[in-house]
Design a protein around this ligand. Sequence first.
Ligand SMILES: O=P(O)(O)OC[C@@]1(O)O[C@H](CO)[C@@H](O)[C@@H]1O
Length: 390
Amino acid sequence: MPTPLPPELLNNEPEGFAWGVWHDRTPKLITQIKEAVPYGPAQRQGFDALEEEISSGLMQPLGDAAPERDLWVSWGEDYFGKPWIDTPFLWSESYFFRRVLEVTGYFAPGPWYGLDPFEPMKTAELSDPSLEPDLQALDSLSTPQDKLLASLWGNRADLVFHVGRTRGATHPETGGLIIDQSDQLWSHLGPDARVVVIADNAGREFLADLVLIDHLLGHDLAASVTLHLKPRPYYVSDATTADFVACLRRLSRTRGAAEQISARLRRAVAGGSLTLDTHDFYCSPWDYRRMPGDLAARLRSATITILKGDLNYRRLVGDRSWPATTDFAAVSAYFPSPVAALRTLKSDVVTGVDAATEAQLDASGLEWRTDGTHGLIQVAAMPGATGDGV
Ligand SMILES: O=P(O)(O)OC[C@@]1(O)O[C@H](CO)[C@@H](O)[C@@H]1O
């Protein structure tokens, strides 16, 4: 019996997480892009118009010449002409990032074609001197569980999360792993396992993911790993193929374990045990219940799919007002393969929390669902139905 779906999370709840994203983070992000990339007047005016549309106008469709305009028009027929604040959080944020690419000229033939507007921020993270000691510490990061946890907590470091925040403003010591089903994850791994990793952020998080992937391939925990990346820039720091290349380069610049991992991963790609994949659906505004059949077919052959990060979690369970005690395995049962979510909590949605833990966290006074100090490893091992298609 499928679990009935509660309402989608909208942007218009002043107490909700999305409210702060639109009122605080988004204007700061637009300013940050304008400062980081030397765009000309047309793009700057485009950003100003987008900011005004979001704060006080009505949601507009893509421009006439935009690729996939008709698709977005059909996807957004319930939302265009409404204030952004009255639309679903997941849908509107995805559309926002699509609009950012339109403003910058990412899709238009010409000098700005294909330029990642978030590249300066991603590069700054990889060039941050504080990364060097962390990469040197890989020499002593030995246990598989250490690497799994590094990949999980790496998700705390995404760049969207840092827009409008001071680094270090949270207190990790007051957070922790509220659900740990890592035993179930490990039990799916072995010499014959075909592992899919649906990546999240570039930078620190992705470096940690690559360390984990190297471990799986090198220790008979996976026969193959397929790394699913975003087809284009998205949610500021989401990893694309260019970011994969940049991260391998960054690893290779630190002597010791880091450069060895980089070399092994290059060999794995060359030899075919590590492959890259992508799909347009990853930049669509839908949760994974609307996954198209061709993507579902690719995932169905996985022994397990590891889903990284907060956004992938929202798309897995649905960006909906689930009670925190909702059964995670039941709501994820539709997914085409067994699935493991490695996620730092950075938005309102959470499932699978027992009632006592929820009460304790609520009583702590912390913004535990959204402040990035708490994490979870959840596994749903019931392969479910096929994708229905967008
Ligand atoms: O997927 P990620 O990188 O872990 O998180 C993405 C995220 O930071 O972006 C949104 C805010 O813009 C939130 O939903 C979520 O916290």
